[in-house]
Design a protein around this ligand. Structure first.
Ligand SMILES: *Cc1c(COP(=O)(O)O)cnc(C)c1O
Length: 368
């Protein structure tokens, strides 16, 4: 008997190239797209190690934990790093970015996270892109948590390196990622003696051995299951329609926010302004005196499949994340998550109004 995913015919170079084109079309990009066999941190690190070098000055926008990681990699490459850190409950503004660029004309690299699943904010990339383009720096965007959840237009926004992963709003696997690379970015990598070469982190290897070689022979054995899963999740988005998928995420975020406020019990949206809140996931501030990690553990005890998690690291005491993305971008997942949080808060002695929460969700996200 053949096994449904062990006994597959080899993935051909043509099929791999077709998957790349499909991802490019999802991103509406004319640039080269490299699909990478690893989680999104692989192309992110590859982009930074290719784009930064001793003598570079990088503006690193920190709106969550990933920005902190990028700063560490940039410093490790010998770049001088200007960190523009904004509180995790807000978004960065294009004015803040433009000011930081004006103060340091030598900045030649900008790293930015579009949406932060870990802190629940989203940044205005279109406007920031204008400021970066006017300055002339190379622009890297981590769009892992925004792709599929909100509009993402790397070419229109002047993004040189746009990194995506499949496992958030795309509803795909974690082991595959992709990056669109502009002509300018290829030139920067090629001119950087320290850019990874003959390395798993190397984007230049993919350019030389795959793209410039006519995409006829794959440089490595393809990670076939991940590639097929990536293709399947892009196909599913195409079938539902990207606009409908994004609308589901936007509605899930708005309903979670409204529902949490109506639930009460001291729960508050973590991101102050609704316009700064990411469609991919909603973060909530635990009531004073209630530990977020304990609350989430209690809420999930009855229903371990709920998309609830406490904040990471220093945020573990105060932040609750509702990861309403992918298959969980549904009214049902939002309602169950709020109901479970409400029950846990009630057990902690807080007064909650579950009926009001249900009503708020229904009004924010009416059923079709
Ligand atoms: C989830 C996430 C990542 C990490 O993706 P992996 O595939 O787990 O490496 C990177 N950046 C952002 C903004 C994310 O939300």
């Amino acid at each position: 008997m053949t096994h449904p995913f062990l006994d597959l015919p080899p993935l051909t170079a043509a099929h791999f190239a077709a998957i790349e084109r499909r991802v490019a079309s999802l991103l509406a990009t004319e640039q080269d797209v490299v699909v990478m066999q690893g989680e999104a941190l692989l192309p992110l690190e590859g982009c930074i190690r290719g784009g930064a070098r001793p003598g570079s000055t990088a503006l690193n926008v920190v709106t969550g934990p990933y920005g902190q990681t990028f700063g560490d990699w940039l410093r490790d490459c010998g770049a001088e790093v200007v960190d523009l850190t904004v509180p995790f409950h807000a978004a960065v503004t294009a004015e803040q970015v433009a000011e930081a660029l004006a103060e340091r004309p030598e900045i030649d690299f900008v790293s930015l996270v579009h949406a932060e699943a870990a802190t629940g904010n989203t940044n205005p990339v279109a406007e920031i892109g204008e400021a970066v383009r006017a300055h002339g720096a190379l622009f890297m965007l981590d769009a892992v948590a925004s792709v599929g959840a909100e509009p993402l237009l790397p070419d229109a926004w002047g993004v040189d390196l746009c990194v995506i992963g499949a496992q958030k709003a795309m509803g795909g696997p974690a082991g595959v990622s992709a990056v669109s690379v502009s002509e300018r970015a290829w030139e920067r990598f090629a001119a950087n003696p320290a850019a990874p070469r003959r390395s798993y982190l190397s984007l230049l290897d993919w350019k030389e051995r795959w793209i410039d070689a006519g995409r006829t022979a794959l440089p490595h054995a393809p990670a076939q299951l991940e590639m097929l899963a990536l293709e399947a999740c892009v196909e599913r988005i195409e079938n539902e329609g990207p606009a409908a998928v994004m609308a589901r995420h936007t509605a899930a975020a708005a309903a979670t926010r409204a529902g949490a406020v109506a639930l009460g019990g001291g729960l508050e949206p973590y991101v102050h302004e609704a316009r700064d809140a990411a469609p991919v996931a909603t973060t909530l501030r635990a009531p004073a005196g209630v530990d977020a990690t304990a609350l989430v553990a209690h809420a999930r005890a009855a229903q371990p499949s709920l998309p609830l998690i406490a904040g990471g690291g220093a945020l573990s005491k105060e932040m609750i994340r509702v990861n309403h993305y992918g298959a969980d971008a549904t009214r049902g997942a939002v309602l169950s998550s709020l109901a479970a949080l409400g029950a846990a808060l009630a057990d902690a002695g807080r007064q909650v109004d579950l009926e009001a929460a249900r009503k708020a969700v229904g009004e924010t996200w009416p059923s079709a």
